[in-house]
Design a protein around this ligand. Structure first.
Ligand SMILES: Cc1cc2nc3c(=O)[nH]c(=O)nc-3n(C[C@H](O)[C@H](O)[C@H](O)COP(=O)(O)OP(=O)(O)OC[C@H]3O[C@@H](n4cnc5c(N)ncnc54)[C@H](O)[C@@H]3O)c2cc1C
Length: 293
């Protein structure tokens, strides 16, 4: 199929991009890597009157660390984030999770901002950003807006992004050496969207878990912190058998799985239940360095 007719605009600066977006608002769509938008146009699921291509806007693909903050531009390609030494150092969870995102060709074009704006419940990066306690930074004619990742995702393919906002960058707290991260997922085939996945971040003090953040993908409509599950792992060494069982039980009680797809909700819960234990055990296993990933 062919897309419907649209006007094509290619701003050269962020100021120009937000001005165009403000002018066209709900009639416009931002074109990043086109990995989802182009199929959506071809299938006429989306019919914007105007496409605003942000690929010529400088700086939007920047990845850089400043002090204890790692910033990743909204147009940073998945493969550039995946191969970034700064990301591997400051947010190794992203490096590990990105291995599971789609296929090489899609990772070459797909972008961080596109993935987060789309908010597919089975996507890896939204869940990781919630787990990392990242902040989404948007740009509009009014200036910047900072949104905690935990408040950004509102439901199935729904975020708090306004029609006149560009997802400009994501600020991630750079992890200290006392943090460990774990990630795993189950997909039908490598590169497919996950049926369920688990991201875990843990900070230890005196060999006990002092802070814990857990989020899931593919199970609920949108990623959120699993606070009741996190509580079960606190104040004890990571990997304590009783705590894993308690965490699995809390997970079952907490989850509100996606209904109405070909994957039965109970199956998603079962995968998440097993993955949670698998990820925690892998993180707790003795490693040469402090970090699992
Ligand atoms: C076959 C296939 C398999 C895939 N498998 C996976 C997978 O396993 N895991 C996974 O996580 N993802 C997967 N994806 C998704 C892919 O990795 C991209 O993240 C996703 O398609 C977004 O693509 P894009 O960045 O090119 O954005 P586009 O397609 O250009 O845009 C997507 C949407 O986001 C909006 N948008 C884009 N950038 C911005 C911005 N900066 N600010 C505001 N709005 C913006 C667009 O207007 C549009 O609505 C898959 C995609 C395909 C086609």
């Amino acid at each position: 199929m062919k897309p419907p007719r649209f006007d094509y605009l290619r701003p050269q600066t962020l100021a120009e991009a937000v001005e165009l977006l403000d002018r066209h608002g709900g009639d416009a769509a931002i074109l990043a890597g086109g990995q989802s938008l182009m199929p959506m146009l071809n299938l006429r699921v989306a019919q914007p009157a105007v496409l605003i291509d942000i690929n010529a806007v400088p700086e939007l693909d920047r990845i850089g660390r400043s002090g204890d903050r790692l910033s990743i531009g909204g147009r940073a390609r998945h493969n550039d984030v995946f191969r970034s030494a700064e990301v591997a150092q400051a947010a190794p969870l992203l490096t590990v999770a990105l291995e599971h995102v789609a296929h090489e060709a899609i990772r070459n074009r797909g972008t961080l901002g596109g993935s987060l704006a789309l908010a597919d419940p089975a996507a890896e990066l939204p869940a990781c950003m919630v787990c990392l306690d990242a902040e989404i930074v948007t740009a509009s004619v009014k200036g910047e807006r900072r949104i905690p990742a935990g408040a950004f995702f509102q439901g199935l393919y729904t975020t708090t992004l306004e029609p006149n906002e560009i997802l400009a960058r994501v600020d991630v707290p750079a992890a200290g050496t006392d943090w460990r991260f774990g990630f795993d997922e189950v997909a039908r085939r490598r590169g497919d969207f996950a049926m369920a996945g688990v991201a875990v971040a843990v900070r230890e003090e005196s060999k006990a878990v002092a802070e814990c953040r857990i989020s899931l993908l593919g199970v609920e409509m949108s990623p959120r912190r699993m606070e009741a599950v996190e509580m079960c792992l606190l104040d004890a060494p990571l990997g304590t058998a009783a705590n894993i069982v308690a965490a699995q039980s809390a997970l079952r009680d907490t989850l509100e799985p996606i209904e109405g797809s070909e994957i039965p909700p109970e199956y998603r819960i079962q995968i998440a239940h097993e993955l949670l234990a698998r990820v925690i055990r892998a993180m707790a296993a003795p490693v040469s360095g402090k970090r699992t990933h």
